[in-house]
Design a protein around this ligand. Structure first.
Ligand code: ADP
Ligand code: MG
Length: 216
């Protein structure tokens, strides 16, 4: 049985679409049936998947129509990844009401920590009781030793209604580069640290999938 994972938070630029896209490609490489749903009017995820289609990269990623009835999400076979943005709040809340989990990328910085706290408050009444809420730090400094990274790490660990994943993504140029090609980071640059970090995140989110290096 697949899982419905919503990737969200209040801030743009925190890596929601990047992570949704890379996870979708990673799942597809592992022969999982995966569909993505882009509920953010910015449509970054849609653009990425269309670019991938134009380039004919394998494996292709299936996209659900963004006007689909969200109460039918649970009928989807396989894993569903949903990219949400605050420009479509009703869509975001309805998707969360159907979710098995919500994944929140948090960029180090006081404003981001505050907005994450607000986001947790906003979704509290929409998420089903069994829906997990998971945060991870994204775009940290490469060594993870900056004051901002340490403070954000300590601050999100204190937030009660969500847990923190032990894996982080640093600020990595290869994540940007791969996106502009319509590729996942581990497809474009499997040996870069950016890929190792992403694979760590994927494994933490899907521990039952036996990770392989299918791109070799
Ligand atoms: N860990 C990272 N390292 C480098 N660039 C990143 C990272 N995460 C996201 N980005 C870049 O930041 C920009 C915004 O990311 P995006 O996924 O579109 O954010 P959101 O969907 O939350 O608005 C993109 O250009 C993306 O490539
Ligand atoms: Mg986005």
């Amino acid at each position: 049985m697949g899982m419905i994972t919503v990737i969200g938070n209040l801030k743009g630029g925190s890596g929601k679409s990047t992570v949704a896209f890379n996870l979708a490609v990673w799942l597809a490489w592992h022969k999982r049936k995966v569909s993505v749903l882009d509920l953010d009017p910015q449509k970054t995820l849609t653009d990425l998947i269309e670019l991938r289609q134009e380039e004919d990269y394998e494996p292709p990623i299936a996209m659900l129509p963004s006007d689909m009835p969200l109460d039918k999400l649970k009928d989807e076979e396989g894993d569903v990844l949903i990219d949400v943005g605050v420009a479509n709040l009703p869509g975001m809340f309805t998707a969360i009401s159907q979710a098995d989990r919500v994944l929140i990328p948090v960029v180090p910085g006081q404003a981001d920590v505050w907005s994450t706290q607000r986001f947790l408050g906003m979704i509290a009444s929409h998420r089903p009781p069994k829906c997990e809420v998971l945060m991870f730090l994204n775009r940290t400094d490469a060594l993870g030793g900056s004051k901002e990274t340490k403070e954000a790490s300590a601050a999100i660990a204190m937030l009660k209604s969500a847990s923190v994943l032990p894996t982080r993504l640093s600020q990595r140029i290869w994540l940007c580069r791969s996106l502009s090609e319509g590729l996942a980071v581990f497809e474009l640059s499997p040996n870069e640290k950016a890929s190792h970090e992403f694979l760590g995140l994927a494994k933490a989110l899907y521990p039952k999938i036996k990770a392989k290096q299918p791109w070799k």
